[in-house]
Design a protein around this ligand. Structure first.
Ligand code: SF4
Ligand code: SF4
Ligand code: SF4
Length: 294
């Protein structure tokens, strides 16, 4: 089924899809309704690097290749630093500070997702809950989303020759969130590193924690404003840039990716003109050859 869908899409031609009006939304359409916005607050000061969250993610996402329990037992695997791959939607990395710090990464489910803005066929959708969902049906494999994401989240199935997909954390949208459940990684954590709930409530909780223990936490909630804000947010006791979280401005990133995308559309026209010119030359050449032989 998946082969047919993709084969059909690809045989119709990526260029055909690209020539249609851009399916991604204008920046105005991105403005999120924060009233229903859910999120997760990750307290990195509590994480012990046990990787129970990675295992739970692998179990709940049955489209991922199942890994044995032993694959998640080696805490040493948190060194060297890893990134999300096609077969793992979340990773826990180990950073050496004055004391070890473990940080769990996954899609940040941005309020203004650069992946959604960059995708020319609208394969990413931001749900009202905050989950940013990928639709393999629509994907043409251009991988602009990978280039656009400031957190290097989307991964590509390069090893899958026939039905490659972009892969990333789903916020457990289909498997749990829609039925009122918790994300599997949040539920599995024995240290309660992650708190799931309304984003506004999480921000309030984060500020309370910072105020109650200023020696433990930096006075900053990462993701509150970065790149316009994210659904997954972090507390830490050491600078976030030392924990693999990039230094970003507060401006929503689609403001940067959309002009690039629109420029791409503009630059589609010269190649089309070239194809038309080549076709015309070939037609004239054939006509001249035919006349010559006559
Ligand atoms: S973290 Fe990257 S993949 Fe996830 S929503 Fe943001 S831009 Fe998209
Ligand atoms: S929210 Fe779900 S898909 Fe995302 S990392 Fe957690 S378990 Fe995996
Ligand atoms: S399950 Fe919790 S404590 Fe264990 S690695 Fe994941 S976030 Fe850290």
């Amino acid at each position: 089924m998946r082969i047919n869908r993709r084969t059909l899409l690809k045989s119709l031609g990526a260029s055909t899809a690209a020539l249609l009006a851009p399916a991604s939304k204008s920046r105005a359409a991105f403005a999120p309704d924060l009233s229903q916005q859910l999120g997760v607050l990750v307290d990195t000061t509590l994480c012990v690097g046990c990787r129970a969250c990675e295992k739970a993610c692998n179990r709940v996402n049955t489209d991922l290749p199942p890994k044995p329990d032993a694959a998640f037992k080696d805490a040493a695997e948190t060194l060297p630093l890893r990134r999300m791959e096609w077969d793992s939607y979340t990773v826990v990395n180990h950073y050496a500070a004055s004391a070890p710090v473990f940080v769990k990464f996954q899609c940040m489910h941005c309020l203004y997702p650069a992946c959604e803005s960059a995708c020319i066929v609208g394969a990413f959708t931001r749900e009202p809950s905050g989950a940013v969902i990928y639709d393999a049906w629509k994907c043409i494999g251009c991988r602009y989303c990978m280039a656009a994401c400031p957190f290097q989240v989307p991964a590509y199935e390069y090893g899958n020759a026939f039905t490659p997909q972009v892969r990333k954390c789903t916020f457990c949208f289909d498997t749990r969130l829609q039925d009122g459940g918790l994300p599997a990684c949040v539920q599995a954590c024995p240290m309660q590193v992650m708190t799931f709930g309304p984003r506004a409530e999480l921000l309030r909780m984060g500020r309370e924690k910072i105020n109650a223990a200023p020696d433990r936490y930096l006075p900053h909630i990462y993701g509150e404003k970065e790149a316009g804000g994210t659904s997954w947010m972090y507390l830490a006791g050491v600078p976030f840039t030392k924990l693999g979280l990039p230094r970003l401005g507060y401006h929503p990133l689609p403001g940067y990716t959309e002009p690039i995308q629109h420029a791409l559309f503009k630059w589609f026209l010269p190649p089309l003109g070239l194809y038309a010119a080549l076709g015309g030359i070939m037609w004239l050449k054939k006509r001249s050859e035919r006349k010559h032989s006559e």
